[in-house]
Structure formats: C-alpha cells, structure tokens
Design a protein around this ligand. Structure first.
Ligand SMILES: [Zn+2]
Length: 431
C-alpha cells in the first residue's frame, strides 16, 4: 500500500513503487501493472506492510542523546540550568559525532528519513548522520556564550562560511539557528536576518515554548517573542518555529500569513510541563504544522512514530484554545500528513520528499502491520498512527538507498553505535 499522489492521505492497496538509479521515484501504481511494465527489475515484496513516505523530524538536538536522563522531572528553566553548563564543560566535536550517530540510528528506527538538527559542531553531526544514511539538515546554532565559545563576530563569520560552503541542493538545505529571542538579542537577530537574506536556507528558532519565556521577553523587551522575531525580519516562509506552545490566536494567524511553520514537539512540551501547543488553532488558521522529537535530553527518546500517536490523542482529549475536547480533531491522515509532507513543507523541500510521487526522492518506510497491535487492518493510516510501534518499522530507504533492511542497519553496526554512546555517557558522568 502506498500513498496515492492524486489524493494526499489516501492509500493504494497492493501498490508498487519503482525507484530509479538516481534514487528518485519513477513510477507508482497497482503492483500488477507496475511489475508487468518493468519486467526484469528486481522486486522486493512486503506482505501486510504499509509503505509510507519517510517521516520528517523538524526539531531536534541530535547529539544530546549523550545527555539523556541528566535533567529529568524539571521544567525548562531548571532543565537548561543543568544542561547548558554541562554542555559548556564537556562538548567536543568527537562527542557530537558519537551522540549524533546514535540519534540517527534511533530516528531511522522510528521511520525518519530527514531530520533538522540544531546543535553545535554541525560538521561533525552531518558526517555522523551520513555514516548511518539519515539526511540531516543543519548548520550553525547561534547563541552568544554557548558551548561553541566563539565571540559574536567569529560566530557570524562561521555562519556566513557555512552558507557559502553548504549551499542548498536537492533535499538538502542549510540551516541557521538563532537559539531563541531570550538568548539572542534583537540586534543580533537583525544581523542574522541580514546574513540569511539572499541565501536559500532554513531559519530555525525556539519560540514561545513556555509562558515564562513570553513573560521574560515581554518584561525585557516590551514585546512578545513573535514580535521580536518579526521586527528583526526573521518571520517568513523559511522559518521553522520550534514549539510555539504559547502563540495566541492573533499570533497563530500571523504565523500562517507569514508562511512560517511550527515544529510541534508534544513529548518535550509535556515532560517539561511547558503546555499544549494550539495545533487545532494553527491548522484552522492555515499554518504549516510539522512534528518534532526535540532532543533526547528533554524528550528522552527520539521516537517520531510515537509522536504521531501522542499528537492525535493530545489534541482530541486535551486541546488548548477554544473548542475543548473533540474526538474529530486531528484524524490519523492529518497527523500523518504533518509528519511527512508537512515536515517537508516546513523545511522547504516538498518538491523532493514528503510524499510518494513520481519525481520525488525515494524516501520510504515499510511498516509491518501483521502485528498484534495493528491486526486486523481496516485503515492502514489509522493502524500506523494509533497502533504501530517502532519495532514494526522494518525497512527504510533514503533517496533510494536502503538504510534499514528488515530490521538491520546496512551501513553501521548498531551495537557499536550504542556501545559508543554508553561509553560517552559514562565518561560525561565521571567528569
Ligand atoms: Zn529545542
């Protein structure tokens, strides 16, 4: 079964996909017709599976797998008070490589084929993800006094250099990530806006994650975070706002009008008691809503498949904003769209990924639905969103390259990856 390009969210029973040598989809249709039209090509068959477009993770700090468990059961302010000094004391390029490699393995296991990343030592992160086979879009994280310890001018020079040396190409787009309006000043945000003008890149920033953030920015600058971002010239179609938990209705409409996207990260928002993002309101306003895991330091796992289920349930039973509980909120197809095409739109790469369509890259995920948690399958999309777990993700392709083959990684030894992460964790906790 595959997504029907003519009707997003629809399914095609007994479907088939042909992948060309360039990693792009050549043909999609009923298996009987496709096989006959391409006799002689090797065929992989997946009985009782659903073939999905690869999931797109739109907010993460991948290497923070190394800090998993270091600040549980705390709110965002207390969490940052522990994690930021720990990063400043311990972070190296090698650590980022180990942490990101483990994150990439975990993401692929939950059906992710593309992830945005907001972290330090981006070169090491990109290299680690490439080892695994995951597509990671990233770039400099801008925060004065952060673990990169670069003075501001050097940080901006590094960012400029990154945009020049990592230009967008196909499904790759570089990112520039000012950390937040409470950690980067309005003047600095304006400098970032000048820097990105004329470059094809993604701007990712934390925004209105907590009430306390809104209050702090209002008190300090006399404006709310979205106003600060907009005034700096950074609210636009290339902007991905992480969290957006406390966007009011007028701000939700502004996000939609600007063509910006919200990366919804409900696991992190709930664990840090930040609140529930106004997803039904954002969708009603016409904003692009995508899904994210956030980092493993705050969300503990990077299970984007699990985020689909939580998103559907959360906004039915405990939505924020007007309307109250409503079981018709966020049907399975809406959630799956947010996790795939919505994520691709947020990242500005929807021409290349996010759906199973001729001409797009073969970013594909085969999920085995012959499982006690999903049989009998009446609606494969509902089975994926409401019942499936990560162990049912059996095969994953990124741009036609098989990364996970019937549960086994093709390019890395998963046990080595996990053992490296464990050793790094031991080292950090002794430091
Ligand atoms: Zn974050």
């Amino acid at each position: 079964m595959a997504g029907d390009p003519a009707s997003p969210g629809a399914t095609l029973p007994d479907g088939a996909v042909v992948v060309g040598a360039d990693g792009r989809i050549v043909s999609v249709g009923p298996a009987a017709d496709i096989v006959e039209a391409h006799l002689g090509l090797p065929v992989d068959r997946f009985e009782r599976h659903v073939l999905l477009p690869g999931l797109v993770n739109t907010h993460a700090h991948l290497a923070m797998t190394m800090f998993r468990g270091t600040a549980d059961d705390r709110d965002l302010a207390d969490f940052l008070a522990i994690v930021m000094p720990l990063e400043a004391r311990t972070l190296t390029r090698g650590h980022v490589q180990v942490g990101t490699r483990a994150a990439a393995v975990e993401l692929v296991r939950s059906g992710v084929t593309t992830s945005l990343d907001m972290y330090f030592h981006a070169t090491a992160g990109v290299a680690a993800a490439a080892e695994v086979g995951l597509r990671v879009l990233s770039g400099p994280t801008i925060i004065e006094g952060g673990p990169s310890t670069l003075p501001w001018d050097d940080l901006m020079a590094y960012a400029s250099d990154w945009l020049r040396t990592h230009p967008s190409e196909g499904a790759w787009r570089p990112t520039i990530a000012p950390h937040g309006t409470y950690t980067v000043s309005p003047g600095q945000l304006s400098e970032v806006a000048e820097l990105v003008a004329g470059h094809d890149c993604i701007v990712q920033i934390h925004l209105s994650e907590t009430e306390a953030e809104n209050a702090m920015v209002l008190e300090r600058l006399g404006r709310r975070p979205l106003d600060v971002l907009d005034d700096a010239g950074l609210l636009g179609p290339d902007t991905v706002l992480a969290h957006g938990v406390h966007l009011d209705p007028a701000e939700q409409a502004r996000v939609a009008a600007a063509g910006a996207a919200v990366a919804h990260c409900p696991v992190s928002n709930l664990k840090l008691a930040s609140g529930v993002a106004p997803v039904p309101g954002l969708l009603a306003a016409g904003a692009t809503v995508a899904l994210g895991t956030d980092g493993a330091a705050s969300a503990n796992d990077l299970d984007l498949l699990g985020v689909l289920r939580l998103t559907a349930l959360l906004h039915k039973g405990a939505p924020s904003g007007p309307g109250g509980p409503d079981a018709t909120n966020l049907p399975a197809a809406t959630v799956l769209r947010a996790a795939t095409l919505g994520g691709a739109e947020a990242a500005g790469i929807e021409a290349h990924t996010g759906s199973i369509e001729v001409g797009k890259l073969a970013d594909l995920v085969a999920v085995d639905l012959s499982d006690p948690s999903t049989e009998p399958v009446l609606d494969p999309l509902a089975a994926v969103v409401y019942g499936a777990s990560r162990h049912q993700v059996r095969s994953v392709w990124v741009a036609g390259e098989r990364v996970l083959d019937d549960g086994r990684f093709v390019s890395v030894d998963e046990r080595d990856v996990v053992a490296s992460l464990r050793r790094l964790g031991d080292e950090l906790h002794q430091s």
